[in-house]
Design a protein around this ligand. Structure first.
Ligand code: IVH
Length: 694
């Protein structure tokens, strides 16, 4: 019979063994000894379920089955980084930094190719692990995160300090500080190459699809609803950020990394501090060749200005810190064979040729298709069917054929011609004067219809959450819809009858559709897919005409007079409203209750005061700290759309400062200059605006 005290001792031994193994890379127990302790622990906890705690190392083996992952708001936005693709761009970064701070010091860290995980500790205990999501809200995957062996379930207790070897001492030196506050730790979850290979071999043998790269495998593993599955995937974690670092008195990134290590986190050992940009560039190129010898994938390095005081000086652009940059390794070029060319039909009827390739790994993922743009490109590059070709990923994302390798031809290669008939509807394909594209002009073409609907529900258009391409295709195939107007006549039973659709998800779709009716004129105009009318033009049109009816009346001249509207676009708009098919669609949408004018204060026209003027007109507004309703980009957009200027530093010209949580030094500056300061609630009330996480 074991006592509660025995259990605690056992747990400490296991946690310590994990720390020695995973963090210090100096195992004190053999695997068999460790397994034996874990089995003993599981047996005791089985007998005494009332003794099971969130910090028990038994959590490492999983066992919790999540129904679905709950969305959670991050405690501070998770930003992304600007990229540099070569040494010159790193020097540009350095120049920009030096314009604002003298003698900057840089920390270079590896850019681990995994996924960002936000960990929250309270009283030293891991309370939450969340994915990045959209940067504002992520998914709560705590149970899966607990299975990552080098994520501490808690920091060590003070008593344990006594048992520490001198080498380990410092990790408890700051324990008191750490235990007092909530701590948000950010870092990268990843799957080591070895685990990745093992996993894929197992999956292949089991006849399951394999993962394209370790990053996808890690992401898939962390989204397992059964945490026992996640536990078997050998995931790891490197920590690189503490959200409360400055409040806790840390003054530099390198100091934080050192402290993270003492707290028991895995910190990547290749981090290095530099005073000179050239030395740093040299290190980047060394790591670029060394990358293949690492036990995990990296896709570049991250350069950060080391001192927080400097970071604060530099601040942020609307989407990323000015004090950091990601140095991305140059795109890999890989040779493969062009097996075939497939034609897809887009929303506007454009036929796009896509190369079907012999599958190869490029820049971390398997590639079997690459865009060829249009017939002119194929001709200009003299690409033939059966050719050996060189491919890369444009912007590190989109696979593209760079050129053919004619010297490798065997003679069996064939020239490609565009089909005369649309592969989707079988009707004639034409090439309009002056266009590179071939088009199917049949408005009822099934291929086009699909794209029209996918576009209609997309984020910048009607923003119907959960309405992905696969679902839209199913709705079309089942004959439940033919055009976007039909979306609003869908019933819960109809949607629920689709494959892989429950009543809950069906209702979610209907709710999202209902909400989209209030999207407002700008979103709707973009959603309609009028040729040449992009997001920006749609906004301009909405702001000017304010209702669909007013826009319908407009002639080419009037339209053309607007900013961002050219002659061709103006003609296309007029043609759109003259087309009986568009009129029918608009009637259908109006009958369904879709808003045909600008929406409330946050409509396409931006916030306005009662007199109808732009409400921030002429104002220069500075925002400091974290807002709950908007991220940086959101608040900037609101201000700019309202006619204001979004400024990054406080001066006498500043109209007012909007201060969120944890405001920075800008607040003090505004106070000293006597500039009005509004809290978020005050701001919302004064201007009648509301925001949301999005
Ligand atoms: S710093 C504001 N450091 O790269 C600070 N990011 O766009 C932003 N990443 O997905 C992140 N290793 O998860 C930072 N040592 C490292 C990193 C790192 C990988 C990822 C990060 C994010 C992307 C940055």
């Amino acid at each position: 019979m074991s006592s509660y005290d025995d259990l605690q001792k056992l747990k400490e031994r296991i946690l310590e063994a994990e720390y020695q193994y995973y963090i210090l890379d100096a195992p004190q127990l053999t695997d068999a000894e460790y397994d034996a302790l874990m089995l003993e622990l599981l047996a005791i906890e089985k007998e005494h379920p009332e003794w099971v705690e969130a910090t028990s190392p038994s959590k490492r083996v999983g066992g919790f089955v999540a129904e679905q992952f709950v969305k959670v708001a991050h405690y501070g936005p998770m930003l992304s980084l600007d990229n540099a693709f070569n040494a010159e761009e790193l020097r540009d970064f350095d120049r920009r930094v030096r314009e604002m701070v003298a003698d900057p010091e840089y920390v270079v860290e590896l850019k681990i190719d995994g996924l960002t995980l936000a960990l929250t500790y309270e009283d030293g205990v891991l309370r939450r692990g969340a994915t990045r999501g959209d940067g504002q809200t992520g998914e709560d995957i705590t149970e899966n995160v607990r299975t990552i062996r080098d994520v501490p379930l808690r920091f060590l207790t003070p008593q344990q300090t006594l048992q520490q070897t001198p080498q380990q001492m410092p990790r408890n030196a700051v324990l008191q500080t750490a235990m007092q506050a909530r701590l948000d730790i950010r870092g990268e979850g990843y799957m080591p190459k070895e685990s990745f290979q093992r996993l894929n071999t197992e999956r292949m043998e089991a006849g399951q699809p394999v993962f394209a790269n370790p990053r996808n495998a890690a992401a898939g593993s962390l989204r397992q609803q059964d945490s026992r599955m996640a536990a078997q995937r050998g995931l790891r974690y490197f920590a690189y950020q503490v959200l409360q670092a400055q409040e806790m008195g840390f003054t530099s990134q390198s100091g934080v990394l050192e402290q993270l290590r003492h707290w028991g986190f895995a910190v990547n050992p290749f981090m290095k501090v530099f005073g000179s940009i050239e030395d740093m560039i040299e290190y980047c190129s060394v790591m670029e060749t060394e990358r293949h010898s690492l036990s995990y994938d990296i896709d570049g390095l991250v350069v950060k200005v080391n001192h927080f005081a400097h970071q604060q000086e530099l601040g942020f652009t609307s989407k990323s810190p000015r004090w950091a940059i990601a140095y991305k390794f140059p795109a890999e070029r890989v040779e493969t064979t062009l097996l075939d060319i497939e034609i897809s039909v887009g929303r506007t009827g454009v036929l796009t040729p896509t190369g079907i390739l012999e599958e190869v790994a490029v820049a971390g993922s398997m590639v079997a298709r690459a865009t060829l743009h249009n017939l002119d490109t194929i001709r200009a590059k003299d690409i033939r069917l059966g050719d050996r070709v060189l491919i890369h990923k444009a912007g590190d994302i989109i696979p593209e054929v760079i050129r053919a390798l004619p010297e490798k031809r065997s003679g069996g290669e064939r020239e490609f011609t565009m089909p005369d008939m649309c592969p989707q509807c079988g009707l004639e394909v034409v090439r309009l004067n002056g266009e590179a594209a071939h088009r199917c002009l049949n408005p009822h073409c099934g291929g086009r219809r699909r794209e029209v609907i996918i576009h209609f529900v997309s984020r910048d258009a009607m923003n119907v959450e959960g309405a992905g391409p696969a679902l839209m295709t199913q709705l079309l195939q089942q004959g439940l819809i033919e055009d976007p107007g039909d979306l609003y006549t869908l019933t819960a039973e109809g949607v629920a009858s689709l494959e892989r659709m429950g009543t809950r998800s069906a209702q979610n779709l209907l709710d999202a559709l209902e909400a989209s009716k209030q999207r407002g004129l700008a979103g709707l105009l973009f959603a309609l897919g009028i040729r040449n009318v992009g997001v920006k033009a749609a906004r301009v049109l909405a702001m000017h005409f304010r209702s669909m009816d007013a826009l319908k009346q407009a002639g080419v001249e009037e339209l053309q007079a607007l900013p961002d509207v050219g002659r061709i676009m103006a003609q296309n708009i007029v043609a759109f409203f003259e087309d009986p098919a568009s009129r029918r669609l608009l009637d259908k949408l109006a009958a369904a209750g879709v808003l045909m004018s600008v929406s409330g204060p946050e409509g396409a026209d931006g916030p306005e005061d009662e007199t109808g003027k732009d409400m921030f007109a002429g104002a220069s507004i500075v925002v400091t700290g974290t807002l709950t309703r908007w991220d940086r980009r959101g608040i900037e957009e609101l201000i700019v759309r309202g006619g204001g200027k979004f400024s990054s530093s406080v001066s006498r010209k500043t109209t007012f400062v909007l201060a969120g949580e944890n405001p920075g030094s800008k607040l003090a500056k505004a106070e000293s200059l006597g500039i009005p300061i509004y809290g978020e609630a005050e701001f919302v009330e004064k201007f009648g605006v509301s925001g949301e996480f999005n």
